[in-house]
Structures are given as C-alpha cells and as structure tokens.
Ligand binder design. Structure first.
Ligand SMILES: Nc1nc2c(c(=O)[nH]1)N[C@H]1C(S)=C(S)[C@@H](COP(=O)(O)OP(=O)(O)OC[C@H]3O[C@@H](n4cnc5c(=O)[nH]c(N)nc54)[C@H](O)[C@@H]3O)O[C@H]1N2
Ligand SMILES: Nc1nc2c(c(=O)[nH]1)N[C@H]1C(S)=C(S)[C@@H](COP(=O)(O)OP(=O)(O)OC[C@H]3O[C@@H](n4cnc5c(=O)[nH]c(N)nc54)[C@H](O)[C@@H]3O)O[C@H]1N2
Ligand SMILES: [Mo]
Length: 765
C-alpha cells in the first residue's frame, strides 16, 4: 500500500496474529465490559467440557488439547458475553423509526436482548410481552395463513444440531419445506457442486491429513481473519517445507506470515513463519481460468512424461476405476487457449505452469477454498473445477489429500446434516414420518433467494428467523428491505438487535435466546448441545456463563413452545424432548442412522466423525463414480466487455462477524476507524486519473436489471492496494447495495456477491 497520508489508512507491519492480536483481544473484551472473568470464559472454550467456539467451523484438535488461542474467537465470545443489555427501557426510549437510522454497529453494541418484545404501531416502539402471549399470537398467525408454504423458516448457522433438528420437525409438521438458510448465501455451490462430482456435499479431509500433505492450495479464503485457528495448521505445514500455493486477488497478511501466539519464542523474537510459498493475485472471478490452466499443465506434463518413457502424471488407475467424464474434460482443456486463460485470470502462463508443476509433483494435495470460490455466477462451476483438478491425480479419498471447503458459521454444516434443507430426500421425509407419526410435505421448498423473491411477490407472508440478519446478509437491500416490510408476521429468535428486526411486518416479535456460552438449564438439569465442524467432527458444547437475563429461553425451548402454540394436535412430545436434550439426540439418531450411539459417542473426548463416503472412495452419485464436470468457457461476464469495467468483490474486515460489526478497523489491511473504502490497483486508479486517497463513486455497469446510476456507492475513499488489476474490493454488507437480487449462480442460487462489474469515477458530490 502507498505511504501517502490518508486518514485511517496505513501499512500493517506485523505478521498475522502475534502481539497485535493479543492487544486487539484485550481491547475487544474491555470494550464489551465482559461480565465474564474473561479468562475463565475463554479458557473453557473448545475444552472437553466447555463450549464450542462460535467463531468459525475450523476443527480443534480433538477438543482435548490446551486452549487454542484465537483473536477473533475471543472477540466472538466477548461480544456475546458482554455486560451491556438491550432492555425494555432502551426500546421505550427509542422509536423504531429512530433506530432505523442508527448504524448496524450501534444496534448490536447495545448488548444482549433481555425480554421478548412485540412491535406496537401506535407508539412505533417495541414493547415487552410475555412469552405465552407472544407465542400464542405467533401460533395464531401461522395457523391463519391460507397455506403453510406461505411461511419461511430461516436458519443462521450458529444454531445447534438439537435446535435445528427440532426446527425442521416443527416446520415440516406445520406443513412446509421452506428452509432458507445462511448456507444458501455461503457454501451452497459446494452443497450442489460436490454431490454431483463426488457424491457428498462436504469436505473429505481431516485435520490429520494436513500432516501428510505435500502441497496445499488456499483459494479464495482469508484464514488470518475468518479461520484464524487454521493458521496453526498452515504454520505446521509450512514448517515442514511443504509448498502452500495461494490464489487470491488481494494480498492477505494472514496468508503471508504468521506469528503463533502459542509459541512464545517466535513472539519474543518477532520472527514469523512464512505461510504462502507462492502467492498469485488472480483476477476476481478468474479462478475457472487458473484451474483450467493448472489442469492443462498437468495434462501436458503427463504427455511429456509418457513421451520420455515415464509413468505419466495422471492417476490412470484412479481415473479408470473411479471416474466418468475424463474425455470430455480433456477435450475442453484442449479447446481452451492459453491466451484466453491469461486474459481471464490476469496471471501469466508461466505462473500458472509453476503452480501446475507443484501440483503435478506432489504425491498428496489438499485444496482449501472459501467464499472467493462459491459466491460467483459460476460458483458451482468453480467448485467442480477444483474437484476435477484433484481427481486428475487421485487426490480424493486417500491420506494427506482431498478437498477442504472452509465452512462459515460454526454449525452451518451440522444444521444441514440434521435436516435443514429445502430439497429433502424421500429417505429423510420417510424417516421423519416414521419417527414422529405425521406425513411431512413432499414438495420442494424455498432457499434463501427464493424465500426473498416469494416475500417480494407477496407469495409468502410470514418469516421466522432462527438467528441471523437475513435482510442485511441478502443482496439488494433496495428490493429485500421493501419485501420484508410487506410481511404479515416476522419473528426473530436472536441474541442482539439488528436491522432485520427493524423491518416491520404487520406483527413483529423479537424473542431473546441463550447464547452458546451460557448455562442452559432444563427440567433434567444443565444441558449440552452438539455441533459439527468443517471436517464432519461432531462434539458436545456446554455453556458455563450465567444467562444474560432471567427471561431468556434456549433455542430448542423456544422452538418447542412455538410448535405447541402453532400445532394444537401435534404428534411430537415437545415438552419431553426439551426436558432433556439427550432425547432430542435419540430422535436425531432415529432419523439419521449415521448418528448411531449419538449420546454415547459425544462422551468420548473430541466426539466423533460422521462418515464421509467420498473419503473412502465410495461415490454416492447416480453413476456410482466420481464425475468430471466440464464448465464450458471461462465465464466472461458480458458486462465486462465494457472496457472501463472493474470487477467488484465484497469481503469481510478483520473486525466483523458477517453483518455484526465489532469495530471499524481492518488491521491486517492497514485500515483504521473506517469502512467507507474501496481497494483498487494503483494502475487502475491512475488510468482513471485518480490516486490513493481520492473520493470516488462506484456504480454498477448498467444492464437489464440495473439502470444507469441505479446502484451506486458514493464518496468511498480509494485505497491503492496490492490487488489484481481489473479487480476492486469493498466491505460486505455495505456493498450489497450494488448486488442485484437476480445476480446469482443459477445452479445453486448462491448470490454472486463476489463478481459485480462496476465503474469507478471521481466523486460527483
Ligand atoms: N472473524 C470472522 N470469522 C468468520 C466470519 C466473519 O465474518 N468474521 N464469517 C464466517 C462465515 S459465515 C464464512 S462463510 C467464512 C468466510 O471466510 P472467507 O471465505 O475467508 O471470507 P471472505 O472475507 O468473504 O473472503 C474471501 C477471500 O476471498 C478472496 N476473494 C474475493 N474474490 C475472489 C475471487 O474471485 N477469487 C479468489 N480466488 N479469491 C477471491 C478475498 O480477497 C478474501 O481473501 O468465515 C467465517 N468466519
Ligand atoms: N455482499 C456479501 N454478502 C454476504 C456475504 C459476502 O461475503 N458478501 N456472505 C454471506 C454469508 S457467507 C453468510 S453465512 C451470510 C450471513 O448471514 P446471517 O447468518 O443471517 O448473518 P449474521 O450476521 O451471522 O447474523 C448475526 C445475528 O445473529 C444473531 N445471533 C448471534 N448469535 C446468535 C445465537 O446464538 N442464536 C441466535 N438465535 N441468534 C444469534 C444476532 O442477533 C446477530 O445480529 O451473509 C451472506 N452475505
Ligand atoms: Mo458464511
């Protein structure tokens, strides 16, 4: 980054983590006046009898080891364990119209919700309401809808397996499969792409595999901020001298250097471990091109090896025995020119060949990827090209190798496993029917995008949210906010106030719940819940802190009571299930055979791993093989034909958790006290007559859905940054004003938050 004086913009000198991180945690915790004797709260995190870190879904070595320090996990915990409270007095003092004008940070910074609240139109305020009354009104409103498919049941990925399981039983007994889910905006491209390729929508690696890999790729994810505990793993990989190849349009500090807070010597000497051995600044949206380039290299090296009498580079044994579609893939690679690849990726042929050479030489390769891959118009295509690359050398289903999608929310994978899906299989519905004695609906339900569209069009009139901030997380606030205001019923089960709660329906309720850090006491005593991490490990989590308010209920309890209030003739023994979560787990086991001995197995230290068939080379696809999938072309967005267009990606700062903004700093990118910035390559600035620090306007390239000047962010400060030419980056969620609702991956419905063609010019006002 340039050294010029721009307020709040500078260089970050340190490595990721290290002393800077320790200081930031101290600040975050102090800022929240955490009730917890901080250390006690933090030290029980990820311990055998403690709670699971709500920060991310990266696994913890067995949940048995000593506390793994992570700055952003500590922020997540102190944010939840804050001493601040959003009380009825607070709501009495502020109308909703007034709160609407507050920044998102300020809304959540009021602290934990304490009472159930209902909106009162006469005073334009949320007023306290008893649980019984609130639930009776919600039940009546849900029963009053002309059809159950007019209700949407949204889940955000913090919900436990127990809560999510009860939630889908409730909605299905009520009569709908409408399960919009945060995963639909996140890894849906994985959930759709990988089952077609390898028969399972999850990663195939375990943490142990990283000890055996001899090349690791990190594509489109930012572990220093979003999966900090992964840095410990990457550090070990790097120390073994194993190459780590990064493909990312921005130079991210956490992928370059890492000082481990667990290694005092490194901290004291200010040494750091280099992470990436090679860092390629791929153009935003250029991943298909690079992946095809790498595959072309592998194929060329194979031909060369064979010509020289060698064994070849492709794993012919694997391809022949386990796969279909290789000929089509090879034909596509052959038809793709290097000129086109260089153009679409922004990387030189020699750089791509270098990466391809490392891939070809390595015996065992792991490819990690995140939102930089999934949130594109071709997100599913991206994911399937990664699978193709791995399959060329049999890098799936053996030790030290495999595919590793980095899941987002700490239990988003588990929620899907226990039945949160709008496209349920017959097997799932049959099992639910058998266990609970009602006939679940058979039609397909809505995903997140379809839910918002249905609400927009008046086809859905009720929205129940198990956590999250759907309206802000979804693209296109212009359309989404307006839609939400058309609802008859909005119910938010939440820990903190956010903007979605202020989008008022005819009847709006906020139901405050316990967080994962808190003691959850039911009739049989204190309860544990369970979660599943990115690597399919399921383990128990038990909160240890006193609840933020005596009026809070647990998520499972709220769902059970809502179900009873909605379904007078329910077949489910809700009260009994909630009295002892072990009974919910018995039902999970009865519906999903993979959870056999569930209650016993979570007693083992570290829990257990759910079977992932592809890890054992069993392919649960219609062909019973792993399938190579061709993506034709390199996904040229027609709007980029506009020579002035840059491609915008939206990213998380170091001080945020999705729509929750903890603070205004983005330490590793050198930004302090502000978020109104756009990261631009210096050459793209100068070719527009702009320079570092200038105020700019950013507008979407007009097309059929965006009229000229319709989607614009004004007065952003341009930061000259080490970012691929032709690409720009701005923060999520602010930049969602630029993403039209109908820009998404058609195969998976994942909004293309990371590929919007934009124009940038000097600010007009
Ligand atoms: N502290 C913290 N932890 C979190 C979260 C959080 O907000 N804060 N969110 C959680 C959730 S729900 C999720 S899904 C994950 C998200 O974790 P990530 O996937 O790491 O999230 P993003 O910040 O969206 O960034 C993705 C990275 O992709 C790069 N990128 C952008 N566009 C492209 C592209 O076209 N190609 C490639 N190759 N790279 C690209 C960006 O430069 C950035 O480094 O983290 C989880 N953990
Ligand atoms: N432009 C752009 N948009 C994006 C993305 C992007 O990269 N770019 N990323 C997308 C992704 S990957 C995701 S996952 C979505 C995130 O979408 P969501 O999961 O809907 O959003 P969050 O910001 O995680 O939700 C925060 C709220 O959750 C509530 N909450 C916190 N903890 C708990 C709890 O324990 N229980 C309950 N019931 N509520 C709780 C609080 O009220 C808090 O305000 O956003 C998506 N949107
Ligand atoms: Mo996510």
């Amino acid at each position: 980054m340039r050294e010029d004086e721009v307020a709040g913009v500078g260089d970050y000198e340190g490595a990721a983590a290290g002393w800077g991180a320790l200081k930031a945690v101290a600040d975050a915790v102090r800022g929240q006046k955490a009730i917890v004797k901080e250390t006690r709260g933090l030290l029980t995190m990820n311990q055998p009898h403690g709670f699971d870190c709500p920060g991310c879904a990266w696994p913890d070595p067995k949940h048995t080891s000593s506390f793994e320090f992570c700055e952003n996990g500590a922020k997540a915990v102190s944010w939840e364990a804050t001493a601040k409270r959003t009380t009825p007095e607070f709501f009495a003092a502020h109308t909703v119209s007034e709160l609407w004008n507050w920044p998102d940070f300020d809304l959540e910074n009021e602290g934990r919700l304490t009472h159930p609240m209902a909106y009162d139109r006469a005073t334009d305020r949320y007023l306290p309401i008893s649980w019984d009354k609130a639930l009776a009104k919600i039940g009546a409103a849900l029963r009053g809808l002309p059809h159950p498919d007019m209700a949407e049941f949204y889940t955000s990925g913090r919900a436990s397996n127990e809560a999510a399981f009860l939630y889908q039983v409730f909605a299905r007994e009520y009569g709908t499969n409408n399960f919009p889910d945060c995963s639909n905006m996140c890894h849906e491209a994985t959930s759709v792409g990988l089952p077609e390729s390898i028969g399972v929508g999850k990663g195939t690696v375990t943490l142990e595999d990283f000890q055996y890999a001899d090349a690791v790729f990190c594509i489109g994810h930012n572990p220093g901020t979003n999966h900090p505990r992964m840095l410990t793993t990457l550090r070990e990989v790097s120390k073994r001298g194993v190459p780590i190849i990064v493909l990312n349009p921005l130079r991210e500090r956490g992928l370059e250097r890492f000082t481990s807070p667990q290694h005092p010597v490194e901290m004291l000497t200010l040494n750091s471990t280099p992470i990436a051995s090679t860092y390629h600044l791929v153009k935003v949206g250029g991943d298909i091109a690079v992946l095809k380039g790498i595959m072309k290299t592998v194929v060329a090296l194979d031909a060369k090896s064979l010509a020289e009498g060698g064994p070849g580079v492709l794993d012919r044994e694997f391809i022949g025995r386990h796969t279909t579609g290789i000929d089509e893939l090879l034909a596509d690679l052959d038809a793709t020119s290097w000129v086109a690849i260089e153009q679409a990726s922004g990387l030189s042929r020699s750089d791509i060949e270098f990466a391809g050479g490392i891939y070809a030489k390595a015996e065992r390769v792991i490819i990690n990827y995140g939102m930089g891959i999934t949130q594109h118009r071709h997100g599913t295509g991206n994911v399937q090209q990664i699978a193709n690359l791995l399959m060329l050398r049999g890098n799936i289903g053996r030790k030290g190798a495999g595919i590793s999608p980095l899941r987002g929310h700490s239990n988003v994978q588990g929620d899907r496993t226990v039945g949160i899906t709008e496209i349920p299989s017959d097997a799932l519905l049959n099992a639910i029917g058998r266990v609970f004695g009602f006939e679940p609906p058979r039609n397909k339900g809505h995903n997140a995008l379809e839910a918002v569209e249905a609400i927009r069009d008046g086809r859905s009139k009720a929205l129940v949210c198990l956590g999250g901030n759907l309206a802000v997380a979804m693209s296109d606030p212009e359309v989404t906010f307006k839609a939400m205001r058309n609802l008859d019923l909005a119910v938010h089960i939440a820990t903190k106030l956010n903007r979605s709660h202020l989008l008022l329906a005819k009847q709006s309720f906020i139901l405050p719940c316990l967080g994962r850090t808190e003691i959850d006491t039911q009739a049989s005593g204190p309860q544990s819940i369970t979660v599943e991490d990115s690597m399919s490990m399921v383990h128990a989590s038990r909160g240890g802190l006193k609840p933020a308010s005596e009026h809070l209920k647990s998520e499972p309890a709220i769902i059970a009571e809502m179900a009873r209030a909605t379904l007078p003739n329910t077949r489910v023994g809700w009260a009994e299930l909630v009295s002892d979560y072990g009974k919910i787990r018995d039902c999970i086991e009865a519906v999903f055979p993979d959870f056999a001995d569930f209650n016993a197995r979570i007693k083992q230290p570290g829990g257990f791993r759910l079977r992932v068939a592809a890890s054992e080379r069993e392919w649960l696809t219609p062909t019973k093989k792993a399938n190579f999938f061709v993506y034709s072309g390199l996904d040229e967005d027609p709007r980029v034909a506009n020579r002035e267009a840059l491609t915008l990606t939206t990213i998380r700062s170091h001080d945020q958790y999705n729509t929750t903004i903890y603070g205004m700093n983005d330490r590793y990118r050198g930004v302090t006290g502000r978020r109104d910035v756009v990261f631009v390559n210096e050459r793209d600035l100068s070719s527009r007559g702009l320079k570092h620090g200038d105020l700019v306007d950013m507008t979407v390239v007009p097309d059929t859905v965006s009229k000229p000047g319709q989607r614009v962010m004004r007065n952003l400060t341009a930061i000259a940054y080490d970012i691929a030419q032709g690409s720009v980056a701005a923060y999520y969620p602010e930049a969602n004003v630029l993403v039209a609702l109908d820009q998404y991956d058609v195969k998976s419905g994942t909004p293309s938050y990371k590929s919007t063609p934009v124009l940038i010019c000097a600010a007009q006002s």
